[in-house]
Design a protein around this ligand. Sequence first.
Ligand code: SF4
Length: 165
Amino acid sequence: MSTKPTLPMTPRDILRENALQIVMYILGAAICALLWWPLALLYLTYAVLSNVLYMAWVCPYCGHYALGTCPAGFHILSGRRFKPKLGTTFAREFRRNLWVMVPGWFVPPIVAAYLLLVTGFSWPVLALLAIFCFVAFWWLPESSKSHCEGCETVDCPRRPKPKAS
Ligand code: SF4
């Protein structure tokens, strides 16, 4: 996350900031389609649903949501319609609800492993798996580091900050 002052985000800004995640979901859908094409539709539907649930369950506890400075534009995409409940924190809700995003990252590798080990080895499947893993498990986390630099959310479980003494 970033706390830099922001100009109003345009749809193109939102698309650019979420491009890597969109690429990951497209690669994941391509892998799922190799097993069973309806699975690709299910995977993409779940990708959209899980992001909406993340906006509802986690984002309201993030300072950027209320301030309108979310670098991913989730405050715009959700119309800021989700409100926080009293008596909880960002860290707690993040840990409690992060599971909703997990299938988006792990279903495609599981499907690819099944294709490679059970239905028969294939170089194109292996290549898709390698590209998916590169984007999902290296490139995305690396790029999110720049968003986290300078963020003042001290209780963020992703990148805890030293508390000011
Ligand atoms: S920065 Fe905050 S509002 Fe934006 S996606 Fe992350 S948790 Fe949600």
